[in-house]
Design a protein around this ligand. Structure first.
Ligand SMILES: *Cc1c(COP(=O)(O)O)cnc(C)c1O
Length: 388
């Protein structure tokens, strides 16, 4: 019988028993596309690496353990070649004519996939402010099949009450599925399956991988029947990660708890610093009591994470100037790595929502606060803000 371990232990060991063939303590990179069969159809559990690969399987088992709400009822994990590949595969559960209700502040690429790709296949999408469960409930339609929650959102850091929304949605109809993009929180801070969601989606590119060196995605699934459908789709569609990428993600995951502690502590300090800066109009960080989602975040999240947005008094020109003036915060897209990044979503990560209802403020600057020394980070922001 499998022993039940705590989260931090699962980060390092779940799905990763020493290799049965060699005793290797670290899961090997099984860089192979195919597997020898002893007789026709007689395999050691693997026949082709799109269908299954031992390195990917270790990652999938590990991710499942991390998002399992209750270790006596383990969840199921599937890994993909990117976060959007995971989202696209999950959306194949939705048929033409059915409706998806999504947050009106989603990752720009998620919006583009919904609005510019999947809409053309007859799936209906509408977008609602998910910070208010009443608005979510009121926007459900007879043909609604999926509610897509992102929390905290990218880049406005809106907080959804996953438990309340799931309860309301399931009361409306148990047939409606609830998916949560948990990329910003990571499973260390928030575990949506335990709060009533059916699926968790991750861009493992971000905090799970944690080192800005690999692109990947995942779906973690509560229910076995849904898992079997998605496992079929994963193989049928084929957007799987290679063994090297799976290995890098597994390697990153081992330190997730330590990293999230430091990301959160540093971001809280940066928020405190920015709140008092004369060039700053508003700081958006769920850890601040002034954040409208603070109490819900406190209830559902262990800490408040490493992401933070700031609106400058000088608007868009000041935003551009600030991100070009930092020296330690690197001007780059993406987030969740050990190094601090800074960007202007309206011009970069969220350019694809321009002109839509999801447009983000032009003067918003998004910070992914890394795990460097906090004094160095604040000093860098201080010198950059002084140039405005
Ligand atoms: C980056 C991101 C995605 C997309 O993931 P990729 O790995 O880039 O495909 C989805 N959701 C959120 C919240 C993200 O930050």
């Amino acid at each position: 019988m499998q022993k039940i371990f705590h989260f931090e232990t699962n980060l390092i060991h779940a799905g990763q028993a020493p290799d049965s063939a060699t005793g290797a303590v670290i899961t090997p990179i099984y860089q192979t596309s195919t597997y020898a069969q002893e007789a026709v159809g007689v395999t050691k559990g693997f026949d082709y690496s799109r269908s299954d690969n031992p390195t990917r399987q270790a990652l999938e088992h590990c991710l499942a353990a991390l998002e399992s709400p209750d270790q006596n009822h383990p969840a199921y994990g599937l890994a993909f070649s990117s976060g959007l590949a995971a989202t696209d595969t999950l959306l194949r559960l939705i048929k033409p004519g059915e409706h998806v209700l999504a947050s009106n502040d989603v990752y720009g690429g998620t919006f583009r996939l919904f609005d510019k790709v999947l809409k053309d296949y007859g799936i209906q999408f509408s977008f609602v402010d998910i910070t208010d469960p009443n608005l979510v409930a009121a926007a459900l339609r007879p043909e609604t099949r999926l509610v897509w929650i992102e929390t905290p959102t990218n880049p406005l850091l809106k907080i959804a009450d996953i438990a309340e929304i799931s309860k309301r949605v399931k009361a409306h109809s148990p047939q409606i599925l609830v998916a949560v993009d948990n990329t910003f929180a990571s499973p260390y801070l928030q575990q949506p399956l335990g709060l009533g969601a059916d699926f968790v989606v991750h861009s493992t590119t971000k905090y799970l991988g944690g080192h800005s060196d690999v692109v990947g995605g995942a779906i973690i699934i509560k229910d076995k029947a849904h898992y079997e459908k998605l496992k079929f789709l994963q193989n049928a569609i084929g957007a799987v990660p290679g063994p090297q990428d799976s290995w890098l993600t597994l390697r990153g995951i081992k330190t997730l708890a330590l990293r999230m502690e430091r990301h959160s502590a540093n971001a809280a300090e940066v928020a405190k610093y920015l709140v008092n800066h004369p060039a700053v109009e508003r700081v958006i960080y769920p850890g601040l009591e002034s954040h409208p989602g603070h109490l819900v975040a406190k209830k559902h999240m262990k800490l408040f994470g490493g992401m933070l947005s700031v609106i400058l008094k000088g608007g868009a020109p000041a935003a551009k100037k600030l991100v070009e003036a930092t020296k330690l915060f690197t001007l780059a897209e993406s987030l969740g790595g050990v190094e601090s990044l800074i960007e202007v979503p309206a011009l970069m990560t969220h350019a694809s929502v321009a002109g839509s209802a999801l447009e983000v403020p032009a003067g918003l600057v998004r910070l992914s606060v890394g795990i460097e020394n906090i004094e160095d980070l604040i000093q860098d922001l201080d010198q950059a803000l002084a140039t405005l």
